[in-house]
Design a protein around this ligand. Structure first.
Ligand SMILES: [Zn+2]
Ligand SMILES: [Zn+2]
Length: 143
């Protein structure tokens, strides 16, 4: 992910307004590889900008996703998460602590063309679930 300063430059060069709220979101995201939800980013931005709305935070996150600066990750029933790691990868969700970790699988998933002749796949996202190394080490029980 680009630094908050680089993102500010990119937004300006595209003619997008760079408000203090936007920059607050850039800073809150920077270096966060924990796949935060919009709500988590909002909480962080509100520490210094109490008036910022969740709606504004969503808008900035969606703009960043549209520009390819971050990815939206859908992991099932929970809220959409935002991922500054835009290199292709998969996710491991811990059933105990609910952490979402980046993993690289060796899976080369393809639809069997005999069965699905007219499908065109462009993205494969694999979600693995279980216990993360920290929870497995202490023998924590999944919920
Ligand atoms: Zn865990
Ligand atoms: Zn990720």
């Amino acid at each position: 992910m680009r630094t908050p300063e680089e993102l500010t430059d990119r937004f300006r060069s595209l003619g997008l307004k760079v408000t203090p709220q936007r920059q607050g979101v850039f800073r809150a995201l920077w270096g966060d590889d924990g796949h935060p939800t919009a709500e988590a980013i909002w909480e962080r931005v509100r520490v210094t900008m109490p008036t910022v709305s969740l709606r504004t935070v969503y808008q900035v996150l969606n703009d960043l996703a549209d520009l390819g600066e971050i990815n939206q990750v859908r992991l099932g029933s929970s809220s959409v998460r935002f991922d500054p790691n835009t290199v292709e990868h998969d996710h491991f969700v811990c059933r105990v602590c609910a952490r979402v970790l980046d993993v690289h699988t060796r899976a080369d998933v393809e639809l069997p063309t005999a069965r699905y002749p007219d499908f065109e796949t462009d993205t494969v996202q694999i979600v693995l679930r279980g216990r993360c190394p920290d929870c497995a080490r202490i023998g924590a029980a999944p919920h």
